[in-house]
Design a binder for this molecule. Structure first.
Ligand SMILES: Cc1cc2nc3c(=O)[nH]c(=O)nc-3n(C[C@H](O)[C@H](O)[C@H](O)COP(=O)(O)O)c2cc1C
Length: 143
């Protein structure tokens, strides 16, 4: 089984989780901006981002714009990191879900959101438990 984890940048909370996940599951880790392969080549695709003003990273949105329409619907898993502001994760998820649907890509109806550390808040996240939870969620989804 060939898996792909896409993330926006090589530092930060989301990267820490994406990197760990890709290592644990032996999935390829790539950045939205640099991704030139075809997603048809992968059995599972995991998309990740921090939440910024109720949106995912702009490279994530640009990537969706760039991809071709898919004849065969492909299932995709999403996870986010955030500080826990309101329903900003649901807002970001709904936007991504709709944009993906326009390309015939189906975001799983469940998604995961984990706290990410900032200077003052959530300083213990993402934690070992967060990484463990994400890994097991993905394993359950793909088995
Ligand atoms: C400009 C900016 C906007 C943010 N907006 C939100 C938000 O709408 N909701 C939220 O819960 N967290 C928000 N955060 C916190 C980030 O989502 C959180 O720190 C996340 O882990 C960042 O991911 P990264 O380290 O991968 O960039 C924001 C952070 C920044 C810098």
């Amino acid at each position: 089984m060939k898996g792909l984890v896409l993330t926006a940048k090589a530092d930060g909370n989301t990267y820490a989780m994406a990197k760990k996940l890709s290592e644990e599951l032996d999935f390829e880790l790539q950045y939205f901006k640099d991704f030139k392969n075809c997603i048809r080549d992968y059995d599972w695709i995991i998309l990740s981002s921090g939440i910024y003003g109720g949106k995912v990273h702009k490279d994530f949105l640009d990537w969706i714009n760039r991809i071709d329409f898919h004849n065969n619907s492909k299932k995709i898993l999403l996870f986010f990191t955030w500080i826990g502001f309101g329903k900003s994760n649901i807002k970001a998820y709904n936007e991504v879900k709709e944009l993906l649907a326009n390309k015939n890509l189906i975001a799983d109806s469940e998604f995961k959101t984990y706290y990410g550390k900032t200077l003052l808040f959530r300083r213990k996240h993402p934690s070992f438990e967060d990484e463990f939870d994400l890994k097991h969620w993905v394993v359950k989804k793909i088995e």
